[in-house]
Design a protein around this ligand. Structure first.
Ligand SMILES: [Zn+2]
Length: 448
């Protein structure tokens, strides 16, 4: 079967239908309620003669895995998406968040970009390859999982821990990447090839307890907690551009004005980077840049005392620390312990390493080749994701995971600002383009 013999209109129409149907199923997490969405996907697959496996990370929290066997003569590929979404309650939406309605060429809905679009696209690709009996060199696996928005413990991490035989592949594509930003009229498609790790810490201080009427200058838990929060807030790690971050900044530089480009290139090389970020970069852009270029640690939850006339004897601070690929959570723990000295005890609450896939791999090259055909004016660049995705789970199996869920967006849509926000929407034309693009990447990589 050649690429030209697929009926693209029919495939894209069907995929748009999948997306609308999935958006109409409210999978808000908490509580998740992924069941109806998983059943929907299961029915489509079974109708095409496929045999998906459903596993539950907890009662009522199913995830689906289906495998299209290849000939065992090439690398296998996983297409991953999560079907749960963050709440939309209390937000001001132009169209209701769980109706799958469209206006001005966009389908509105919670999950339109994060990330039921990928569920619909993956389903479309899998069905089309199965129905046409396209021979594959390696296996194609699709997952549609629960609980990513709740931390992924009942979804991707559960699959990796309890059912690795179902989800182990050589490569995987999932969130976040393949959706363009527009710089000076040019489309830049970041492809996530690296992802930061997570290190959540609990710090506990002590202080002299007693009646609130009896002063304890300098010895109270409240005093110690305020010193601790300052130390954590001041904690800065060196700027250390990972190759993925450097590649992204270089691509941005290639699309920017001369003076901006020079500054971006210096930052990409780590030359005077801290000074440039602090002095030249607008305050609104600094957090994203710092997150991409260094380990970070931010105090987020501060608690001490519960009654106005009682001096508490302890206080706690939760800190959200993020590590560049290569640093283990235990190393971050040690660094924070050193910074706070004897002021607090420090415990690890949750953590996992970041991961990175070398950019010069065959799947990345396939993406570049496909994109050159599908959007000849676009620029593709590697990207380091500061947040965490299901990729952290699959990377534990040695999978080369990349963020690529292609959608072509107009300059008026900034995808990052629509994640977890009101009026999350996807342009129908850009989604249809994405269906064909993903199809092309998968067949280019796997088809015999
Ligand atoms: Zn997501």
């Amino acid at each position: 079967m050649t690429a030209g013999s697929f009926d693209w209109d029919a495939i894209q129409d069907e995929a748009v239908g999948f997306l609308r149907d999935l958006l109409r199923l409210d999978t808000t997490n908490p509580p998740g309620n992924e069941g109806p969405a998983i059943a929907y996907i299961q029915n489509k697959l079974v109708a095409a003669g496929l045999q998906p496996t459903i596993v539950e990370g907890a009662p009522g929290r199913p995830s689906l895995v289906v495998r299209l066997p290849g000939q065992g003569r090439g690398p296998s590929l996983l297409l991953d998406s999560h079907v749960d979404v963050v709440p939309a309650r209390g937000e001001a939406w132009t169209l209701p968040p769980f109706a799958g309605e469209d206006r001005d060429g966009n389908i509105y809905g919670r999950g339109a970009l994060d990330m039921k679009h990928m569920t619909a696209m993956s389903l479309s690709v899998l069905l089309s390859l199965a129905r046409n009996s396209v021979p594959l060199r390696g296996d194609l696996v699709m997952t549609a999982v629960a609980d990513e928005e709740g931390g992924a413990d009942l979804g991707a991490f559960y699959l990796v821990k309890e059912h690795p035989e179902l989800v182990t592949t050589d490569y995987a594509l999932g969130e976040v990447g393949g959706m363009n930003m527009t710089i000076q009229g040019r489309r830049l498609y970041p492809i996530q090839v690296a992802e930061k790790g997570l290190c959540w810490l609990k710090l506990t201080v002590r202080g002299e307890g007693g009646h609130g009427s009896m002063p304890r200058h300098g010895r109270s838990a409240a005093r110690n907690i305020s010193r601790l929060v300052q130390i954590l807030d001041d904690l800065r790690f060196p700027i250390a551009p990972h190759p993925a971050a450097a590649g992204f900044l270089e691509a941005m530089a290639s699309l920017s004005s001369t003076s901006q480009a020079a500054a971006l290139r210096l930052v990409a090389r780590g030359i005077g980077a801290r000074t440039i970020i602090d002095k030249l970069v607008p305050a609104a852009k600094r957090p994203a840049l710092e997150a991409m270029l260094s380990h970070t640690c931010q105090p987020t939850v501060v608690e001490a005392g519960s009654k106005i006339n009682v001096l508490p004897t302890t206080g706690t601070v939760l800190a959200d620390c993020r590590t560049l690929p290569g640093m283990a959570p235990e190393e971050m723990l040690a660094a924070v312990k050193k910074a706070v000295g004897g002021l607090a005890t420090v415990e690890l609450v949750n953590g996992h390493r970041g991961h990175a896939t070398p950019q010069n791999n065959p799947l990345y090259q396939q993406i570049v080749a496909t994109m050159a055909r599908m959007d000849p004016d676009g620029v593709v660049a590697p990207y380091l994701m500061p947040g965490f995705t299901n990729g952290s789970a699959y990377a534990q199996l040695g999978t080369r995971y990349m963020g690529f869920t292609p959608v072509m967006l107009p300059a008026t849509i900034d995808f990052a600002s629509l994640f977890h926000a009101a009026d999350e929407r996807i342009p129908i034309a850009g989604f249809r383009w994405g269906v064909r693009t993903l199809h092309d990447v998968v067949t280019g990589f796997l088809a015999v």
